[in-house]
Design a binder for this molecule. Sequence first.
Ligand code: COA
Length: 261
Amino acid sequence: MAQEFVLISREENIAILTINRPDKYNALNDQVMAEIDAALDELRADDDVRAIIMTGAGDKAFVSGADIGMLQDLKSSPEAVANSRRGQAMTLKIESLSKPVIAAINGYALGGGLELAMACDIRIAADTARLGQPEINLGINPGYGGTQRLPRLVGKGMAKLLILTGDMIDAEEALRIGLVQKVVPLADLMDEAKALAKKLATKPPLTLAACKGAIDLGLEVDLERGLSIESLEFGVLCSTEDYKEGTSAFLEKRKPVFKGR
Ligand code: COA
C-alpha cells in the first residue's frame, strides 16, 4: 500500500518499517500513526515476513515524539484521552504481533518515539541516539505507554528519574540501565539490525511467538500463572511440525528448516 509517511521494504524474510517524516524529526501526527497502524496490519498478514525492524528516516531521529502542534490542537479532555488511547493502541499492536520487532534507534527517541521503541521486543541504538520522556516540560505526562513500560524495563526509580526530570540520556547510559540492548556506530546500525532480524527469521515462528507472549504476559501475572502459561505453550509447541523438524535436524546433524506449522 502506498503511504506518505511510512515506508516498507523487504529483504529476504524480514521487513523494514521506516517512519518517514524527516523534516519534522519523524514526529507522530494522526496521519503518521494511521499509516503505522496500516503498515503493521500489512506486515502481520504477510506470512513471508518473519521479523520486523522499525526505524526512522534520516540520521537525526528515530521519532521525536508526538507532534507538538497536534497536541496543542487537542480541544478537550475526551479528545486528549482518545489521542492517548490511539497512541497506546499502536504500541499494543506492535507488542502483540506474533513476529519479533526490533527498534533500530537512529537518533532521537523522545516521548512517543521512546514509547514506540519500548513496545518493540529488542532495541538497538546508534551511538548518536538520545532517549527520553520530555513530556513533563510540556505540562503533560507520557501518554502512549511511557509511565507503564519504562518502569517495567528499567525499574521504578530510574523511570521516575527520567519521567520526572524529562532529561535525555545518551545511548551508553540507555545500555547501562537496560533500556536498549546494544549500541553500535550509526553507520553500522541497519546492518546490525538486519543481521539480528535475519537470525530471528530463521527461528520457528510459532515458537518465537510463544516465547514473546509468555515473557510479555508472564510479567503481568504472578509466577505461578506465568509458569502455567509457559507449560501450556510448551504443550502446544510439542505438537508442531517445527518441533519435529528441530529435534530431527539435531539428531540427523543438519540445519533445521522451520515452516511455521
Ligand atoms: N513535534 C513537532 N515538530 C517537531 C517535534 C515534535 N515532537 N520534534 C521536532 N520537531 C520539528 C521542529 O519543530 C523542527 O521543525 P521546523 O524546522 O519546521 O521548525 C524540526 O523538527 C527540527 O527540530 P529542531 O528543534 O529544529 O531540531 P534540534 O536539532 O534543534 O532539536 C530536538 C531536536 C528533538 C531536541 C527538539 O526538536 C525537541 O526537543 N523536540 C521535541 C521533543 C519532545 O518534546 N517530544 C515529546 C513530545 S510529546
